[in-house]
Structure formats: structure tokens, C-alpha cells
Design a protein around this ligand. Structure first.
Ligand SMILES: *Cc1c(COP(=O)(O)O)cnc(C)c1O
Length: 310
């Protein structure tokens, strides 16, 4: 039994009406730790456990850390997560719920990550949030589920942070003979490391992350994500924080599911009837989910965002 579940695949009436095409949802928000990440991280942790790991270490205060904590609890392997001071109370509470040991260190992820790496011992496995082929193989299971359905989408919309989900989805498409299906890769302004690299024609590192969609906040995408853009049709789009936030609120009203702005970024393409969707008959949206934002936090961000705009 894998640590993830096979998620529902359903057609959304409200999103289809807004987008003016048939919108299908792959509901990764329903995974127990709240996002798609358990697919790849669960598979990687099982493999590290087979190789004899006695502890898992992560430096993510977000959904990757949560997935590692969940996997460790299910596999009865202790987990240590090193997070920066900036990690929200909500994220810490979720990590504690999974019985992970939490070490708070440094002002930013960079310092927390250095500390995490410095404490790795022989019998530990460090679990990277996006740059690990084991993760991509695991994420690809999402497309195996699509391939066993009768749905044949004209495009797949997904969000990009470090590019792990992108690599997994494309690997899944190719291993199922679906390599012709294009991917629409969505980021928010201030976290658009993939878009920047595409424009520059080489891997670019952002100076800093300014988007509230922190789950998309990798300063640099993994090499493989950039590599795929030469071998697979990928359209790269950037949306505003405001668009992502308003998509979160509308999705909650429409489907009764609360997702992070990282996921709202993708959903905003349907709600805003993005030109890139016009002419397509059927589009699959990966509802990547995310557990770390509360509805109060999303409304606070929305209010602050409106003040900034006016
Ligand atoms: C991690 C994450 C992403 C981005 O995934 P990458 O593999 O880093 O590109 C998007 N949405 C949510 C909710 C996430 O947790």
C-alpha cells in the first residue's frame, strides 16, 4: 500500500463555465498531508527506509516537510524538520500533529537548510522538497491514474515551485505514451524562477522571493525542469498574487475545498478565462492543494493586496 491515495478526477461545472471549456480536476488537495507532495515524498521515504534509513530529515516548513513527517509516522521512522523563524504557527502546529521533531533555526530557509544538512548522520536520509528523481517517479503516479481513465485532455495545468511536480507529471505522460499532451506551467509574480529561466535560455536564480505563494518560492528550479522545456511542449505563465488569492476564495465557495495560493495560481487560469485555454476542448487542472494557509490568512492577504492595488 503506497502512502498516497488515488485521487478523484472530476469535471467542474463552475470552472468549466468560467473558463469556457471543459475543466477537469485532479484533486490532490485530498491527500492526507494536504498536497500532491506525499506521492513523491512517500515513494522516496519508502525507498530510503528499504535502504536502511533510521531517520528522515527535512528543511521545509511547508507541504514537503508535512509530507515527510506524515511518511515517517506511517513508516515508524523518526522525523526531524529544521524550519526558519518565519515558519507560521499553523505550519508548526501541523508538523507537531505528525509527531515530528521541530528545530527552529535561522532567519530564512537558507540557514535552516544549512543546519539540516550539517546534522545528517550516516543512517539519516535527507529528503529534498523537489530535486530528486525518486520524487519525480512518485509524482508520476498521478498521470498513471489519468491514463487508466478515459479522459484525454488537450492540456494539463499545474503550478511550479522548484519544478518537482512538473518533472513528475511529464515523466508520467511519457511513460504512459501521452508525451504529446502539452503542459501549462503557472507561477506567481515574485516566484517565477521557471519563467525567468525560460526567458533567459538558462537556469536563473532569483534574488529573492516576493510572492505570498511561499510554496512556489524556490529561487531556482531543478535542472531537470529546465531540461524538459527543451523536450516537451510547455507553456510558461505568470499570474499575480491577487489572481491566485481570489481563485482560492472562489474555489472554496465552488468546491468547498481550501487550497493555498500556490494552487490558486493554477486555478486562476480557469476563473480568468485565460486566452491560453481558448480553443481547447478539455483541460486537466492539477489541484495541488497545500495545507499551510488558513482562510483567515487568505482573507488577510487579499485585503492587504487590495490596499496595495488601490
Ligand atoms: C510544493 C508545492 C508546489 C510546487 O511544487 P514543486 O514540485 O516545488 O514545483 C505547488 N503547490 C503546492 C501546494 C505545493 O506544496
Amino acid at each position: 500500500m503506497p502512502l498516497h491515495i488515488a485521487t478523484p478526477l472530476l469535471e467542474s461545472r463552475p470552472l468549466s463555465r468560467a473558463a469556457r471549456c471543459s475543466v477537469w480536476l485532479k484533486l490532490e488537495a485530498l491527500q492526507a498531508p494536504g498536497s500532491f507532495k506525499i506521492r513523491g515524498i512517500g515513494a522516496a521515504c519508502e525507498e530510503y527506509s528499504r535502504r536502511g534509513a533510521r531517520r528522515f530529515v527535512s528543511s521545509s516548513g511547508g507541504n514537503a516537510g508535512l509530507a515527510v513527517a506524515y511518511a515517517g509516522r506511517r513508516l515508524s521512522i523518526p522525523v526531524t524538520v529544521v524550519v526558519p523563524e518565519t515558519t507560521s504557527a499553523r505550519a508548526r502546529e501541523l508538523l507537531r500533529q505528525e509527531d515530528a521533531e521541530i528545530i527552529v533555526h535561522g532567519d530564512s530557509w537558507h540557514e535552516a537548510n544549512i543546519r539540516a544538512l550539517s546534522m545528517i548522520e550516516e543512517s539519516d536520509a535527507f529528503v529534498h522538497p523537489f530535486d530528486d528523481p525518486l520524487l519525480w517517479h512518485g509524482h508520476a503516479s498521478l498521470i498513471d491514474e489519468l491514463a487508466s481513465s478515459t479522459l484525454a485532455p488537450d492540456a494539463i495545468v499545474l503550478s511550479v515551485g522548484g519544478g518537482g511536480l512538473l518533472c513528475g507529471v511529464i515523466e508520467g505522460l511519457h511513460r504512459n505514451g501521452l508525451g504529446h499532451i502539452p503542459v501549462i506551467a503557472v507561477e506567481t509574480e515574485g516566484a517565477a524562477s521557471f519563467n525567468r529561466s525560460r526567458q533567459a535560455g538558462r537556469l536563473v536564480e532569483l534574488e529573492k522571493i516576493t510572492s505570498i505563494a511561499t510554496s512556489l518560492g524556490a529561487k531556482r528550479v531543478c535542472e531537470q525542469a529546465f531540461q524538459w522545456s527543451k523536450e516537451h511542449p510547455i507553456d510558461s505563465l505568470v499570474v499575480s498574487d491577487g489572481a491566485a488569492l481570489s481563485a482560492c476564495e472562489r474555489f472554496l465557495a465552488d468546491h468547498r475545498l481550501l487550497v493555498e495560493p500556490a494552487c490558486g495560481a493554477s486555478l486562476s487560469l480557469a476563473y480568468d478565462a485565460a486566452p491560453e485555454l481558448q480553443g481547447l476542448a478539455t483541460v486537466l487542472f492539477i489541484v495541488c492543494g497545500g495545507a499551510t494557509a488558513t482562510i483567515d490568512q487568505i482573507r488577510e492577504w487579499s485585503a492587504a493586496n487590495r490596499d496595495k492595488a488601490s
